[in-house]
Design a binder for this molecule. Structure first.
Ligand code: PEP
Ligand code: MN
Length: 265
């Protein structure tokens, strides 16, 4: 199938969601660990000048013995804190059963890399957000082609949920220096094939914080429409993905670091 003939061109740009030509940064911890942890991390996101905070309540962990997230309690913490700070919440939904609940607490529903090809979840989310102000952030699958990724997005848009943002988060390769391999060519190719905004998550791609800022700059140069970066007020103590989390000082400096590259910020 020729993907270029199937993609949407009438992307909704209202609703406060990430819009093409307007660079947006989503930042925040991998997961919500407690009220105090999320407040501290979210305040840094606000201070850094960003309007979207992320946090996981339902976590797709590799091991069933790792911390799985706080579930509904985590959602409540996020919506309360974000409401007080005037931030919008981005969080992952893994189970169709939780869609309505997540929509009560978040403006953007994330579909994780491991669920990119969960077509029944994609359809249910598409139908649920249709006609609402909610958006969807669709991560690229760990080994998905650009075509598979775009067609996955169309499972959402075909149900009427047309406020979809694609997110490149690294793919599996033979390389072990990084957790995954950030595929910036996919960003450029996807942007040629679809009008959906394409953002980059350098944190999960790299798996190490020293590469997050350089890869963010490269993403801007590749004309990504935004970034999703993990940050934590105390990365050493993070329950999940601390090694890739930007500490507060680095988050506060991110806008400045990117400003020579991102005119629209
Ligand atoms: C995340 O953003 O928290 C996450 C688990 O990402 P991914 O699905 O890309 O691994
Ligand atoms: Mn993470």
């Amino acid at each position: 199938m020729d993907v270029s003939q199937t993609v949407k061109t009438d992307v909704k740009t209202q609703n406060g969601m990430i819009r093409p030509n307007t660079f947006r940064v989503i930042a925040g911890p991998c997961t919500v660990e407690s009220y105090d942890q999320f407040v501290a991390s979210a305040k840094a996101v606000k201070e850094a000048g960003f309007e979207y905070v992320r946090g996981g309540a339902f976590k797709p962990r590799t091991s069933p013995y790792s911390f799985q997230g706080l579930g509904e309690e985590g959602l409540k913490i996020m919506s309360e804190v974000a409401g007080e700070l005037g931030l919008k919440v981005v969080t992952e939904v893994m189970d169709p059963y939780d869609i309505e609940l997540v929509m009560e607490h978040a403006q953007v529903l994330q579909i994780g890399a491991r669920n990119m090809a969960n077509f029944s979840l994609l359809k249910r989310i598409g139908a649920a957000i249709a006609g609402t102000d909610h958006g969807v952030l669709l991560k690229r699958g760990l080994s998905a082609t650009v075509q598979e990724w775009i067609l996955a997005a169309e499972y959402v848009t075909a149900e009427g949920g047309d406020n979809v943002v694609l997110c490149e988060r690294g793919i599996r390769t033979f390389e072990t220096a990084t957790r995954f391999t950030l595929d910036l060519s996919a960003v450029i190719v996807a942007k040629r094939l679809t009008d959906l905004p394409v953002i980059v998550d350098p944190s999960h791609a790299a798996g190490r914080r020293d590469l997050v800022v350089p890869l963010s700059k490269a993403s801007v140069a590749a004309e990504a429409d935004g970034l999703m970066v993990e940050s934590h007020h105390d990365p050493q103590e993070a329950l999940c993905d601390g090694e890739q989390a930007l500490p507060v000082e680095a988050l506060l400096g991110l806008k400045e670091e990117l400003s020579p590259f991102a005119g629209a910020m």
